[in-house]
Ligand binder design. Structure first.
Ligand SMILES: Cc1cc2nc3c(=O)[nH]c(=O)nc-3n(C[C@H](O)[C@H](O)[C@H](O)COP(=O)(O)OP(=O)(O)OC[C@H]3O[C@@H](n4cnc5c(N)ncnc54)[C@H](O)[C@@H]3O)c2cc1C
Ligand code: FES
Length: 289
């Protein structure tokens, strides 16, 4: 079996292409925003770690939809929210939307985080924009009776996901900034080892270099908690046809075998960290930095 087969792939039959309406947006930091859309069908289906492809404009340019992780999904209200950094044409158009404007939302796409039942104690590790999928993940872990510790890091305080936006009930929030402007000074990997006690699963999202370091710290074979990572790759279609999102995978049981390629949009974006060929992945462009 190849590493891509070991990873499995998402069920595309769960995705719908829904005409959503922008309901609200708010600034959460310099160039950082939360955008909320009314998308009733997608909100019912979205799971933590999955993403949607947003068609940001009816104009021919930008042509391609843009991928964003679900940051929140409220099936009761029929809304989904995205935490994003505005820097290019697509994200600038998203933050310029006004209430009632239409956006096509294709999703849910990709494979999300595994939620065990009961969830036990989980450690969420985020770097910068990597916080995006964790409000929804924390919400679902907590509502399943789990205990959540969140190690939230960023370069500086204005890039930290705001603590007041976190779901109620998180046991412990540890904040860390590289310049020491909020929380502890340093990187998430400086604090991670001390937080692993009693943890059954670690979930990580952030720049690929951070994910590789987290994977190295939790790699004790057979003894450490299972680590799931949400990796990022350039995406065109989001559903397996353009082959633009190839990522290098490996079979941990056959370390000498040649790496194989998987598709981030079908086998990922969430993967068991043992299946990722970290040295090769780090050779690819990182987009969440
Ligand atoms: C599965 C997945 C989930 C994501 N979730 C989030 C999220 O929750 N929040 C968030 O802010 N971002 C997220 N991203 C990244 C997001 O899709 C990009 O920031 C967005 O597509 C940029 O669009 P743009 O039109 O604003 O920028 P563009 O105009 O497309 O890009 C501006 C510049 O940045 C480069 N660039 C930007 N993003 C990418 C990319 N993904 N691949 C290759 N080059 C890129 C472009 O080459 C260009 O030079 C996610 C990406 C993936 C694959
Ligand atoms: S984005 Fe097209 S195949 Fe993955």
């Amino acid at each position: 079996m190849s590493a891509a087969q070991l990873a499995g792939e998402n069920d595309l039959r769960r995705a719908v292409d829904e005409v959503a309406r922008f309901t609200s947006g708010r600034a959460l930091g310099p160039d950082l925003y939360e955008v909320t859309l009314e998308a009733r069908e997608v909100a019912l289906r979205a799971r933590p770690g999955e993403f949607a492809q947003l068609l940001v404009s009816p104009d021919p340019v930008p042509l391609l939809r843009r991928p964003f992780s679900f940051s929140r999904a409220d099936p009761g209200a029929g809304t989904v929210s995205f935490y994003l950094r505005a820097f290019g044409e697509g994200t600038r158009r998203l933050i310029a939307l006004t209430p009632g404007q239409e956006v096509r939302v294709l999703g849910p796409l990709g494979r999300g985080f595994t939620l065990s039942s009961p969830p036990g104690r989980s450690l969420l590790v985020s770097g910068g924009l990597g916080a995006a999928p964790f409000p929804l993940l924390a919400d679902r872990l907590l509502s399943g009776g789990g205990e959540v510790v969140w190690l939230n890091g960023a370069a500086t305080s204005s890039q930290l996901y705001p603590p007041e936006m976190l779901p109620q009930g998180i046991s412990e929030l540890v904040q860390v900034t590289e310049d020491g402007s909020q929380g502890r000074r340093g990187r998430v990997t400086d604090l991670l080892p001390a937080l692993l006690g009693g943890v059954s699963r670690v979930y990580a999202c952030g720049p690929n270099a951070m994910l590789a370091a987290v994977a190295a710290q939790t790699a004790a074979p057979g003894t450490g908690p299972r680590l799931e990572v949400s990796v990022e790759a350039p995406m065109g279609c989001g559903f397996g046809t353009c082959l633009g999102c190839a990522i290098p995978l490996r079979d941990p049981a056959r370390p000498d075998a040649s790496p194989t390629l998987g598709l981030c949009c079908r086998q990922g974006p969430v993967l068991d960290a043992r299946l990722v060929d970290w040295p090769r992945l780090q050779g690819q462009p990182a987009h969440l930095e």
